[in-house]
Write a protein that binds this ligand. Structure first.
Ligand SMILES: Nc1ncnc2c1ncn2[C@@H]1O[C@H](COP(=O)(O)OP(=O)(O)OP(=O)(O)O)[C@@H](O)[C@H]1O
Ligand SMILES: [Mg+2]
Length: 653
């Protein structure tokens, strides 16, 4: 983009945007001499706006450079300075030149602007480069100053160093893309809350784009008080990443941890949702059966340990009274025996048999409690002829039993347990199977009544009988094929939500890490989390899965986007490794202070605390060496829908 103009440096300077001259310059700061007339003609000079100071004859000379400045306040003019006096006098009398056409001397109310020097634009091998400091300032006093707008401003805020362009090209090649990596337009430059002048002309607004190389496999923080547009920013990101990646033929899987159901479901204010905009590419998950949603849950009959852990969590969360049998049930371990752990094949076989029976008894308990068996599912286990003849000679469990047959079989076995224990199957019934049979029969070892399987009945909805694969794996496959996965966590048991949420995150991380470690290319995945202080808060252990993803996900091509109201609540290690930071309004000095430690956010302290405008966001990205104030576009479901399916409903015959 920056190379399309034969002279990209000259293209930055717009004559009609001239606003004055530098009169004091050092390595850090510059004072700009300006007049009300020039400011008005350039449609205002808001606080925090970018200015360009072109030293010498910037349009022609070979050795040219342009300082990039940011207005950070008003400045007293050094009127004792003879040069400044001379300049002012000259302007007042001069009727020609770049600045004064049309203005009478009475229009020249002079003033000073305090500016921070952000860097120096110069040309190297015909390409625009931005150094992040100033090399020498002696010549810079008396430089013409312009306030860039439109295309010039776009070139500044979207500047990417040749090195990063090369890195992006390399990544694009790795991904098999013909051209460059995409850039995601997310908003337009905005300096101040009052934007009547500097953004009055919609056509002149400068579009800000987030580079895919900055965003993918990186960390992005979205900070701001409630209702200042964090979720909107996330929605805008999700849709622009989806749209752009489709255009470029690049698969980027996106998974949203949707705590309030605002991405999965349309609300009154926004009249649409991500799911509504990309119906074919969005898969929604929920914890309770709902039309249009997949179940986030697992099949208890096929994922034994997972189902058992879920039940354990639910029973614990519901503070159910625990009899000895229930306690024993909760502490059961359904992990299959491992061959290496046994000295002999015979012992391993014996343990495997016990394990198989235990699972069958557990499945019978689930069935008795009303958990629906998957279609065609049979409860299967081995029982020798001696046992079979004693319990029920008419069926062989090795051929598979229906739910009622299995329940009946274990109940009968429990009733003749003493006989079984003393006869052929001395150790046929292990302690866990014994407990499971007690639950089935609702009798403890002493024969007293216990609620048994009934205790599991209330949690039937957590079982997904139709699921044939692990939900985590299913989600990972969707992400691999570039879909948007929305985990609507607004319903269901909070403990389970958290557990499942973590399990999914861990699955994504481990699978992508495995691909990375085996020398492959993991898929690009972006994980969006709200209320991030709860999972990557400053008191979280960094070994937990969320902090691990935030720290190490980049290797496995996992990008994390986290949103929260509190900058100070985020773990400092994670915050300091966050490449992109987007901040809307914050309401207190503490939070601002935390942020001011990073980059040049300090310049915006005042504006962040004062301006409460929704979507008015200061953005620091990896590629940009300084903060850029941006008005994030409003996520507009209707417009997005039209863009996503341009041909929908239009049939030409
Ligand atoms: N850039 C924007 N332009 C215009 N309106 C916006 C913009 N961003 C958000 N809004 C509107 O402002 C309201 C609040 O936005 P949003 O829900 O994104 O805030 P939030 O920071 O996520 O709030 P919370 O902390 O409550 O989650 C919404 O109705 C949204 O449509
Ligand atoms: Mg929100």
């Amino acid at each position: 983009m920056q190379n399309s103009n034969p002279d990209p440096l000259a293209a930055l300077l717009q004559a009609e945007q001239f606003i004055g001259w530098t009169c004091q310059v050092d390595y850090e700061k510059a004072v700009v001499l300006t007049s009300d007339f020039w400011k008005a003609r350039a449609k205002g000079v808001p606080l925090n706006c970018f200015l360009l100071a072109a030293a010498g004859n910037a349009h022609a000379a070979a050795e040219r450079e342009i300082l990039l400045l940011r207005v950070i306040g008003a400045a007293l003019l050094p009127l004792e300075d003879k040069q400044v006096q001379a300049k002012i006098e000259k302007f007042k009398t001069c009727k020609t030149g770049v600045a004064v056409a049309g203005a009478g001397p009475e229009d020249f109310q002079f003033g000073g602007l305090q500016c921070r020097i952000l860097g120096t634009f110069y040309l190297q091998n015909g390409r625009l480069r931005l150094g992040s400091d100033v090399e020498s300032f002696a010549h810079a006093a008396g430089a013409e100053v312009y306030r860039p707008t439109g295309a010039a401003l776009e070139a500044i805020v979207n500047y990417v160093s040749p090195e990063r362009i090369a890195a992006a090209a390399e990544e694009a090649r790795r991904l098999g893309l013909a051209g460059e990596l995409p850039r995601f337009p997310i908003g337009t430059v905005r300096y101040s809350s009052t934007d009547r002048q500097h953004r009055g002309d919609v056509a002149e607004r400068a579009v800000f784009r987030l580079n895919a190389v900055d965003f993918l496999a990186r960390r992005t923080a979205v900070f701001g008080m409630t209702r200042t547009g964090k979720s909107n920013t996330v929605k805008q990101l999700v849709s622009v990443v989806m749209r752009t990646s489709q255009e470029f033929g690049l698969k980027i899987g996106q998974v949203i941890y949707d705590l309030n159901g605002e991405y999965a479901n349309a609300n009154q204010q926004d009249k649409g949702s991500i799911a509504g905009v990309f119906p074919r590419d969005t898969i929604r998950y929920r914890m309770i059966p709902t039309p249009g949603f997949e179940l986030i849950l697992n099949n208890f009959f096929t994922q034994i340990s997972e189902g058992h852990t879920t039940l354990k969590g639910l029973i614990e969360a519901n503070k159910i009274f625990r009899s000895a049998d229930l306690e024993a049930f909760l502490s059961m371990d359904f992990t299959a025996p491992n061959k290496e752990d046994y000295n002999s094949e015979a012992e391993y076989q014996r343990q495997s048999g016990i394990h198989q029976r235990k699972i069958a008894a557990y499945q019978a308990v689930l069935a008795r409690a009303g958990y629906e068996l998957p279609a065609g599912f049979k409860i299967t286990f081995e029982a020798g002829a001696g046992i079979r003849n004693k319990v029920n000679p008419s069926v062989d469990p090795a051929n598979g039993l229906t739910a009622s047959q299995a329940c009946e079989w274990f109940q009968l076995a429990r009733q003749i347990q003493d006989e079984l224990m003393t006869g052929t199957g001395a150790d046929w019934i292990d302690p866990d199977t014994n407990v499971l049979m007690n639950l089935l029969l609702q009798r403890n070892d002493q024969g007293a009544y216990i609620p048994g399987f009934r205790l599991l009945q209330p949690f039937k909805d957590y079982h997904a009988p139709n699921r044939t694969t692990d939900v985590c794996d299913e989600i990972y496959q969707h992400l691999k094929s570039g879909k948007i996965v929305i985990l609507d966590l607004s319903v269901g048991d909070p403990v389970q939500r958290e557990r499942l949420g973590k399990r999914i995150a861990r699955h994504i991380f481990l699978n992508s890490m495995a691909a990375f470690n085996s020398g492959g290319h993991p898929p690009h995945v972006v994980i969006y989390v709200e209320e991030a202080h709860n999972i990557i808060g400053r008191h979280e252990a960094l070994t937990e899965i969320w902090p691990t993803i935030a720290k190490e996900g980049a290797k496995a091509r996992i990008a994390t986007v986290y949103a929260t109201q509190e900058v100070s609540s985020i773990h400092p290690n994670i915050l300091s490794n966050t490449e992109n930071i987007l901040v809307s309004h914050l309401n207190n000095e503490n939070e601002i202070g935390e942020l001011a430690k990073y980059y040049d956010f300090r310049d915006f302290s005042h504006s962040i605390i004062r301006a409460q405008d929704v979507g008015f966001t200061r953005v620091k990205t990896l590629s940009n060496p300084f903060v850029i104030p941006v008005q994030i576009d409003k996520f507009d479901p209707e417009k997005e829908r039209q863009r996503a399916q341009p041909a929908a409903g239009v049939i030409t015959v």
